[in-house]
Ligand binder design. Structure first.
Ligand code: ADP
Ligand code: MG
Length: 350
């Protein structure tokens, strides 16, 4: 489906490890004042002065986390960075630096790795972060990419998963479920393509949800917005799995329960129409899908007036005493326990 635009094929062995690293990273610029020394020495040197530092890492494995038959390498590079930054923002922190480690088989020519790095570079530019190092090695099978992200946050601003209190409001950014349905569309087209390689799929009606899957963004803007609104969440997490699994994390770590209102979950119209087409329940996808990289947080009720008019933020429920448990309040106003498998909980009811 994704045609190979690179006619040229330069074997990685032609460059050697150091030649490759140099080729990929020589034009990377340093923007953050906390970066004292970036790529090129035995280790990077950073100076965070009096700030607290957050560190997070993710490993992406071909065939497990991504499928190169519909994931262009440029997007993969971008997404590998974004998923890490999302974790930094979920701490209410600013992202500052990343390291990037890759392992690839000789199946990949230089041109492919250049594409991957073009995506990494675009993400670094977009989010204003420095690439300060990494590691490069070979693999016998596919491609592995590991990104570590660093960020800074002052002691007073850091937000953990465990601070939610009963009666706090549960807030989500953006809309949920799109990335999962985007993946369903891509998987379907991959099957069609296998049968008829000449088919030209019209993906226009799915452009938003496919972008949610292939080129997600991390909510750097929300960290800034919360600061502007003078709202400090009591607890926060990013939505990499489904909404239900993230709610469970917040509730368990904060020792609270929760009522989540089905009718309040923000869904994009393209997501809704695609769910109808696939005959899948939208709420189920929102609860159990994943990869949306939105933020889920709780705020004190006193802060509600500050967030109320904002189109980026939707109140979807409130926290309760731990003993009350975690529930989805359905459209029919029945209460269903939230489980990690929202899918099962729903299918029993309907
Ligand atoms: P060492 O042999 O000490 O591990 P390397 O030769 O692997 O050092 O790395 C040299 C420099 O290049 C270091 O600054 C390292 O962090 C950086 N680097 C290596 N691989 C990558 C990569 N894939 N992306 C970005 N920087 C890298
Ligand atoms: Mg090394």
């Amino acid at each position: 489906m994704i045609e190979d635009k690179n006619q040229q094929r330069t074997e990685l062995s032609q460059l050697g490890e150091f030649g490759l690293i140099d080729h990929l990273t020589k034009h990377f610029e340093i923007k953050q004042e906390t970066t004292i020394k970036g790529i090129g020495d035995d280790a990077a040197v950073l100076d965070f002065k009096d700030k607290q530092v957050v560190v997070t890492t993710d490993l992406l494995v071909e065939g497990v986390h991504f499928d190169l038959s519909y994931m262009p390498l440029k997007h993969l590079g971008y997404k590998a960075v974004v998923v890490n930054l999302s974790d930094v923002f979920a701490m209410n922190a600013q992202a500052t630096q990343i390291t990037v480690s890759i392992a690839m088989s000789n199946r990949f020519p230089l041109e492919a790795i250049e594409e991957l790095y073009a995506g990494i570079e675009t993400a670094a530019k977009t989010y204003g972060i420095d690439v300060i190092g990494g590691d490069t090695t070979s693999s016998t099978t596919g491609l592995l990419i590991s990104v570590t992200a660093l960020g800074t946050v002052s002691k007073d601003d850091v937000v953990y998963r465990n601070g939610a209190k009963p009666n706090d409001l549960l807030v989500v950014t953006g809309d949920i479920g799109g990335a999962y349905m985007g993946l369903q569309v891509l998987e379907r087209e991959k099957e069609v393509f296998k049968v008829n390689p000449n088919s030209q799929p019209d993906l226009e009606p799915y452009s938003y949800i496919i972008e949610r899957q292939l080129k997600p963004e991390a909510r750097q803007d929300i960290v800034k917005l919360l600061k502007e609104l003078d709202v400090k969440p009591t607890a926060m997490i990013d939505i990499s799995d489904g909404l239900s699994s993230e709610i469970i994390h917040l509730c368990k770590q904060s020792k609270v329960g929760c009522d989540l209102y089905e009718t309040k979950i923000p869904l994009d119209p393209q997501f809704i129409s695609t769910c109808e087409e696939f005959d899948i329940d939208g709420t189920t996808v929102a609860l159990s899908g994943g990869e949306d990289y939105e933020l889920l947080f709780t705020i004190s009720q006193a802060d509600f007036p500050k967030i109320k008019a904002n189109p980026n933020l939707t109140v979807i429920g409130f926290m309760t005493e731990e003993a009350a448990g975690m529930h989805l309040v359905t459209r029919a106003e029945t209460k269903i326990p939230i489980t990690a498998q929202g899918w099962n909980a729903l299918s029993k009811e309907e």
